[in-house]
Write a protein that binds this ligand. Sequence first.
Ligand SMILES: Cc1cc2nc3c(=O)[nH]c(=O)nc-3n(C[C@H](O)[C@H](O)[C@H](O)COP(=O)(O)O)c2cc1C
Ligand code: SF4
Length: 429
Amino acid sequence: MEQMKVLLRNQGKPDMEDAKAYIATGGYDGLKRALEMDGAEIIEELKKSGLRGRGGAGFPTWLKLKFAFDTESAEKYIVCNADEGEPGTNKDRVLMSCDPHSLLEGMVIAGRAIGAHVGYIYLRAEYPQVRPILQRAIDSAYTCHALGKHIFGSDFEFDISIRSGAGAYVCGEETALFESIEGKRGEPRYKPPFPGVHGLFGKPTALNNVETLANISHIFRNGAIWFAGIGTKGSTGTKLFTVAGNVAHRGVYEFPMGINLKALIYENCGGIADGKGLLAVQTGGSSGPFIRPDQIDIPLDIDFVAASGGRLGCGTVFVIDDSNCILDIVRNTQDFFAYESCGQCTPCREGTIRVAQIVDKICRGDGSMVDVRALQELIDMLRVAPLCGLGHSSAVPIASVLQNFMPEVEKHLDGDACVWCNTQKGGRS
Ligand SMILES: Cc1cc2nc3c(=O)[nH]c(=O)nc-3n(C[C@H](O)[C@H](O)[C@H](O)COP(=O)(O)O)c2cc1C
Ligand code: SF4
């Protein structure tokens, strides 16, 4: 299947930080159209487009804006989640680098929709090269009246500034992100109240992923009907996929939603690197499940992947060749969660460490079925007890290994140490 470049349409073009260059490509036409509409009309257009969040959960974007729209307040905020902490994921970095104004334009339209006049981009600290690109784009947008007072001669005003993260994965969680911007420790809040009612600085806030917001600019430039005609019925538009791991051609690709996972790996990304076989694929980032080679003939559509026990998440596809051991790979993933747990709530703080320790024990050949049963109990607890999505999703990778790769787990039990696992550096926790 051919790539369909909508979000990446300006990739490779020079000077895309310059608002004038962006305008020459039809940029800001969507904003000009939105400035003639009121908030309710903008939200209705987004509803018609079917746009769903690209940050992980696939929540309908129009509904999120509507919550903030419906809440009375003199101050409201638009926040762009550019934390991109999911290991192996860099689609937001690519998008912000090649077409920063599409993000700014989407943020202004979202601000117009809910009646916000201030937007923040929460940028991952590990992307120092993106910050000057975004800043130059913001400065240029002010010069061209796409930001500031009287945007394109209208009565609408909107300001955008950048805030840096400090390197914690949990700060990608929306409420931890608010705490971080507010200068506090990045720990998730209890919900409800939800951000549409009580978000940044306690005000109604709409927080969206970079890709979601950039999509808004294209929807208003080309129309909701055009957008709804791309992809599948429940997952409209295109999607950026970061394909990582042992694949011949790694990178960020853009396809209509619903592209077949197997075709993506074998036809578009050149198959498994170095002529090796496929061991497993993890979809949706570290918090996604590992699936077997016979399970990859599926469309990458938000609902379909969820119904088959997976998750599309942020669209990361992590390919693992058969020179690896799945137990060693999942040990690494569970170490990551134990390390990144913010420690605020006991089930996650203790549970993620215990899971990582047991997986390491099994890797070393010291585990038994008693440990597998203990893992299952911990998984059941982690699915429900933690406060935020980090704790919940930490159970997904190990649960998928117990479900899809039990023969490999059994091979490690009762003294059968795996040579591969023992030569790797595991057990960080
Ligand atoms: C631990 C954790 C980390 C997250 N990291 C990110 C991230 O880096 N970027 C992102 O857009 N969403 C991330 N999310 C999801 C956000 O909380 C939020 O749902 C999302 O940004 C909403 O945007 P969307 O509706 O446009 O998808 C994370 C969630 C959790 C629980
Ligand atoms: S689930 Fe984990 S990351 Fe989330 S608040 Fe609790 S300890 Fe922190």
